[in-house]
Design a protein around this ligand. Structure first.
Ligand code: PAF
Length: 278
């Protein structure tokens, strides 16, 4: 597996593959890889001639310095996992390589980056959009793979690709869960033993809230969910029902309209998100 650290040699590697007529698949990550990432990598390996993963903890998508500092960094273990998964190359630049200076460009996604994660993490999606644009320009993938756990991020990247004509096909893969239902996330590594047990109630709450849609008023479902999470020691940041395409929040559930139930919580000082299509 090729380890690519700088832009010039990465461009040369990609150009050689393209000249040989090979298709490139990309799995962009921030490292601390888990089974969810590896699921994306195996799909990428199966569907492309060359599978590339990127590992870069992108500072400009963090609006909280402590969160950035505490983000798990496990590069040696990550590269070993990628090699075992059959990945052909990993692009793992340092921050100076990606940003000689703080980018002046910022991106506005309209309603998509003002609600939910966008409301609680201002600037986050602009940072995601900028780094994904840079990765697409450097690695020129034919196909890029993302996880449904970051549902809003996927819609943002879809908008980016549509509006800026990136010639990249996007794949959104299902959420991979632990046996007790917790959505796999790099941030799970930061949960202590007690918090890890508590965190199982996030998905249980999502499932029970989804079952009650159309039976109870959504405001009541939300209050009950918040109370149940609180009993488990979890602080609810938001629980929202939204249109699956626009993320416009919905007050009432209609079975005919594709929607999504999204949640963000704090378990101790660890912020976790999850969602379920309804
Ligand atoms: O989902 C992530 O890991 C990151 O937001 C991404 C897409 C790699 C951009 O930094």
């Amino acid at each position: 597996m090729q380890i690519l650290k700088d832009v010039a040699s990465t461009r040369r590697f990609i150009q050689t593959q393209k000249q040989a007529g090979k298709t490139i698949g990309l799995v962009p990550t921030m490292g601390a890889l888990h089974a969810g990432h590896l699921n994306l990598v195996s799909q990428c390996v199966a569907e492309n001639n060359v599978a590339v993963a990127s590992i870069f903890v992108n500072p400009i998508q963090f609006n909280n310095a402590t969160d950035l500092a505490k983000y798990p960094r496990t590069l040696a273990a990550d590269t070993a996992l990628l090699k075992d998964a059959g990945c052909h190359a990993v692009f793992c630049p340092d921050a100076e390589t990606m940003y000689q200076h703080k980018p002046i460009v910022s991106l506005d996604f309209g309603l998509l980056d003002k609600v939910l994660e966008g409301e609680f993490r201002p600037g986050h999606f602009s940072g995601v959009g900028v780094v994904v644009s840079k990765l697409f320009n450097i690695l020129q993938p034919d196909v890029a793979y993302f996880g449904q756990k970051d549902f809003q991020q996927f819609l943002i990247i879809k908008q980016l690709v549509d509006d800026l004509n990136f010639p990249v096909k996007l794949i959104c893969a299902d959420i991979v869960r632990e046996a007790d239902g917790l959505a796999m996330s790099s941030r799970n590594q930061r949960l202590n033993h007690e918090a890890r047990i508590q965190a199982a109630s996030i998905y249980k709450m999502l499932q029970s809230s989804a079952r009650q849609l159309g039976i109870k008023n959504f405001e009541v479902i939300k209050q009950e969910a918040e109370a149940e999470l609180e009993r488990q020691g979890i602080r609810l940041e938001y629980l929202a029902l939204a249109d699956r395409h626009t993320l416009k929040t919905l007050e009432t559930f209609s079975p005919a309209a594709p929607s999504v139930l999204l949640v963000a919580v704090y378990v101790g000082d660890v912020r976790l998100i999850d969602n379920i299509l309804v």
